[in-house]
Design a protein around this ligand. Structure first.
Ligand SMILES: [Zn+2]
Length: 295
C-alpha cells in the first residue's frame, strides 16, 4: 500500500474510522466492559452503546488514539510514514510532512511506537547470533573506555533468517548477557554465534544454552564457514543509521521505545500488510498518556 492507495481508500474521516472499527472488532463491535454486541448511536460523536451494561464508548476508547484531537487521516499518514521509513523518521520531519506542532508529532510517534511494542516475542531457536553495540553519547578522549563510558549499550539477538530482538541493556557484562540469553533464547537452540569478546563464553555458560561458536573479530576474522555474526550486525548498522538522524532528540530514556520500533519494522519488513498490522496493534494497545511518557 502506498500513499496514493491510502489517500484513495481512507481519504475521509469516515473511511478511516470504518477501517479502525474493522481492525479492532473483525467480528463486529463489542462492549469494552461486558463483551456483548453493541449498537451504534446516531450521534455526531459516533459512539457505541451497550444495552446490557449501559456503557458508551468510541472506536478509540482505551487505545493509543484515546483523547486525541488529531484527524484520523494524520494518524494514518504518520503510521504509513513510520512503517515505510526503514531507518525511522524524526518527529521534526513528521511535523513538516504531515503538518502538526512538534510536540504533537513527538507524542504521536511515541504512541505508535508504544503500540508496536505490544507484540508476542517467542524464544529464538535454530541458529542464533548475539552481539553488543554502543549508541549515542559523544566521543571524548581516547581508548575503549573513554569511547564507551557515555554511551548506551544495545544487545542484539537474531535468529538466522528469522526474528530480531533489540534491548537497551545496563551494561555488556557476562551476567547481564546471560539474563538476556535465558529470557530470549530457547533451551533447544542449535548454536549461539558471538564474537570473541571475553564476556561471551561466560555469558553463554551462565545462560545455560547449548553450543557456542565464536568468530575472532579481534584477529580480523569475520566469517569462518557458517560462523559469523553478520546478520545481527546488519541490523545494528540499520539501527545506527537511524539513530544518527534522530539522536539529537533521542534520550537514553526513550531508547528502548525506539528499539521496539526498529525491531517491529525489521521483523515485518517483507510483509505486505505492515501498515494494516501496525494499525491493528494501535487499536488494541493500551493508552499512553503524555504525563506517563514524560514522567
Ligand atoms: Zn456492556
Amino acid at each position: 500500500m502506498n500513499l496514493v492507495d491510502i489517500n484513495t481508500l481512507f481519504g475521509t474521516e469516515d473511511k478511516c474510522r470504518e477501517l479502525l472499527v474493522r481492525l479492532r472488532w473483525p467480528e463486529g463491535p463489542r462492549c469494552l466492559r461486558c463483551k456483548m454486541p453493541v449498537v451504534e448511536l446516531e450521534t455526531e460523536k459516533q459512539l457505541f452503546y451497550c444495552k446490557d451494561c449501559d456503557y458508551q464508548f468510541s472506536v478509540t476508547s482505551g487505545t493509543v488514539f484515546n483523547d486525541s484531537h488529531l484527524p484520523f487521516a494524520k494518524w494514518l499518514l504518520t503510521t504509513h510514514l513510520l512503517c515505510e521509513a526503514k531507518k525511522g523518521m524524526s518527529a521534526c520531519q513528521i511535523q513538516r510532512t504531515v503538518g502538526m506542532s512538534y510536540k504533537t508529532a513527538w507524542y504521536l510517534c511515541h504512541r505508535i511506537r508504544h503500540a508496536m511494542a505490544q507484540t508476542d516475542k517467542p524464544m529464538l531457536d535454530g541458529k542464533v547470533e548475539m552481539d553488543t553495540t554502543y549508541v549515542g553519547g559523544v566521543n571524548r578522549g581516547k581508548g575503549r573506555v573513554a569511547r564507551v563510558d557515555n554511551k548506551e549499550v544495545v544487545i542484539g539477538i537474531r535468529k538466522r533468517n528469522g526474528d530480531l530482538r533489540f534491548f537497551h541493556a545496563q551494561d555488556a557484562k557476562a551476567g547481564t548477557l546471560a539474563r538476556y540469553i535465558r529470557e530470549h533464547i530457547s533451551e533447544d537452540v542449535d548454536v549461539i554465534f558471538t564474537d570473541d569478546a571475553s564476556a561471551n563464553p561466560v555469558a553463554v555458560k551462565k545462560g545455560g544454552r547449548g553450543v557456542h561458536k565464536t568468530i575472532k573479530h579481534s584477529s580480523g576474522v569475520y566469517v569462518m564457514g557458517d560462523v559469523h555474526t553478520n546478520t545481527v550486525e546488519s541490523a545494528f548498522s540499520l539501527l545506527k543509521r537511524g539513530i544518527t538522524g534522530t539522536w539529537h532528540r533521542l534520550s537514553a530514556k526513550h531508547l528502548a521505545a525506539y528499539l521496539e520500533e526498529m525491531e517491529f519494522r525489521f521483523n515485518r519488513r517483507n510483509r505486505p500488510d505492515l501498515f494494516l498490522d501496525t494499525l491493528r496493534h494501535m487499536v488494541t494497545a493500551p493508552v499512553l498518556t503524555f504525563e506517563k511518557l514524560t514522567a
